[in-house]
Ligand binder design. Structure first.
Ligand code: ME8
Length: 513
């Protein structure tokens, strides 16, 4: 069985989760569900990144112990998962003992292999993003990540990143699909070609972190700590030889574009230094803006995924997040855009198709339909058009083209709606009941094929519709050829209620604090 390891970034617990966090988590979930649907052995993980100066400072301001503070916020990230119907297999917190052990072991390995030395560091430090930058990277008094900077000097351990430039370039060359999309890959390659300086990997200016083994004045740099989560989740250090591990060989780190550098440069270099292979793929996506602007607490435009789920259901949010944007691009998250897509595709097009076909079977065929003994040319044409729309869909997921995947599903739905409108089964009830039931069977079989592919994105609605047509839901989903010859239909209920656009002003979707 093919193994696959799918990870979200572990999120900082400095603030509540928002739409951006929901995005990566949903994309991973869809990728995970798709692979489970194919019968693959999936390990899908997420979690929270809980150490660092920033956390220590916020906790202090709130008069809380850091552990108490991170417990509270981590719980908000944990609670978001069932709300979004996320099917993760594990949730890691960097304050867990299993992780602290893994980080210490990893440090000792890097140290033992001669890649860590003690020195002194001076430089521009971006506290918000926990990273140092060189003089030439500073722009308008800000770091390239947009955070405020300050000049700092501290004794510190260094990782010999400078020794990995050539090795990394060779690795990128041999693994052209290591970084997605191509534009990010090119940026990484040119960054590495400019030359890599050694990396400061310990801090003495604060305490909230994992101590350096045998030198507890130092805490381990939060990114070395955080990146190691992927090893912890894969059983490290007990499972030390990741080069033989099937999950590791097929690991996919999904990340936002701003943290590609950490995942595609530092992380493979750390792993090489510890005699381990880099992950298989770093898959990066763009940023959601909120109503045209970067989401920010001070602008009060941070949109709350929990509110979207409560108002419109998790399926609707999952669908919009993946449909609206090509995966590598930036885009605008607006309530209006959300409601338009919801109404036009989920409610009018797909929901309505299922509802009218299934309720007509209940009314007109006594809830039971049989496979037709023959097909008319128009039936074959319709079946072929659905097949064509769904034919290459698996490869689109493999290319992280979630939006195009959904477009293909919508093409199939629209072919089904055209077929119903052209065949008008309801007018045949008295004149030709056999033809009416044949048309309805053909439609239900194609609704099944469509719903199966829709399932990773809208699992709740898809499972409801599969139950309505009494095709037992199990993984891996059976292929279309196994569709039964007799189908008993249950009384359907609409999967998606239409949203009244005139109600838009009434919906509160923003985070309050
Ligand atoms: O970077 N649009 O954590 P973080 C799209 N702890 N995605 C967004 C987004 C937006 N507006 N805002 C956040 C960290 N994200 C580190 C990661 S991993 C070893 C350590 C998503 O809480 C996106 O995946 O700042 C981004 O990379 C991540 O949240 C950043 O989360």
């Amino acid at each position: 069985m093919k193994a696959i390891f799918i990870t979200t970034p572990i999120y900082y617990v400095n603030a509540k989760p928002h739409i951006g966090h929901a995005y990566t988590t949903v994309a991973c979930d869809v990728f995970a569900r798709f692979h489970r649907m194919l019968g693959h052995d999936v390990k899908f993980t997420t979690g929270t990144d809980e150490h660092g100066n920033k956390i220590e400072q916020i906790a202090k301001k709130l008069n809380k112990k850091p552990q108490e503070f991170v417990d509270d916020i981590s719980l908000l990230f944990l609670n978001l998962l069932p709300a979004l119907n996320i099917s993760n297999d594990d949730f890691i917190r960097t304050t867990q003992l299993r992780h602290k052990k893994a980080v210490a072991h990893f440090w000792n390995k890097l140290y033992g292999n001669g890649y860590i030395y003690l020195g002194e560091y001076s430089g521009w430090y971006d506290m918000q993003n926990e990273a140092y930058f060189s003089e030439d990277e500073i722009n308008d008094g800000k770091s390239p990540l947009g955070g405020a900077i300050q000049f700092m000097t501290e004794p510190c351990y260094f990782f010999k990143l400078s020794e990995f430039g050539e090795k990394l370039l060779k690795f990128y060359d041999k693994n052209p699909d290591f970084i997605f999309p191509l534009q990010r890959r090119n940026e990484v390659i040119s960054f590495v070609k400019r030359g890599l300086a050694d990396l400061a990997i310990s801090r003495t200016s604060f305490n909230w972190g994992i101590s350096v083994p045998n030198d507890p004045k130092h805490v381990i740099y939060v990114w070395l700590d955080a990146l190691t989560n992927y090893l912890t989740l894969n059983g490290y250090p007990e499972n030390e030889n990741q080069s033989e591990d099937a999950f590791w060989q097929s690991s996919h780190h999904f990340v936002g574009k701003e943290i590609v550098r950490f995942h595609a440069i530092y992380w493979p270099a750390f792993l090489m230094a510890a005699d381990m292979p880099p992950p298989k793929h770093v898959v990066s996506h763009g940023w959601w803006l909120s109503e045209g602007e970067k989401m920010s607490k001070s602008l009060g435009n941070v949109q709350d995924p929990l509110k979207y789920c409560a108002l419109f259901g998790s399926d609707a949010l999952r669908y919009f997040l993946l449909r609206e944007l090509p995966f590598g691009s930036d885009g605008n998250f607006s309530l209006e855009g959300f409601v338009n897509r919801y109404n036009s595709i989920l409610s009018n097009s797909y929901g309505n198709l299922c509802q009218r076909v299934l309720s007509f079977i209940c009314k007109g065929c006594d809830k039971i339909i049989y496979r037709p003994s023959k097909l008319d040319p128009c039936d074959v044409e319709f079946i072929d058009s659905v097949k064509a729309a769904l034919a290459s869909i698996a490869s689109l997921i493999e290319q992280f083209a979630f939006s195009r995947y959904l477009e293909q599903i919508e093409l199939a739905v629209s072919a089904a709606n055209k077929y119903v409108d052209a065949q008008k089964p309801w007018v045949l009830k008295d004149s030709c009941p056999q033809r009416m039931q044949d048309i309805l069977f053909i439609l239900v079989e194609q609704i099944y094929a469509i719903t199966k592919y829709f399932w990773p994105v809208i699992p709740l609605a898809a499972e409801k519709i599969l139950q309505q047509i009494n095709v037992p839901y199990s993984l891996p989903l059976s292929c279309q050829d196994e569709f039964p010859n007799v189908v008993h239909v249950n009384q359907p209920e609409p999967a998606f209620m239409r949203i009244d656009v005139s109600d838009l002003g009434k919906f509160d979707v923003y985070s309050k604090d």
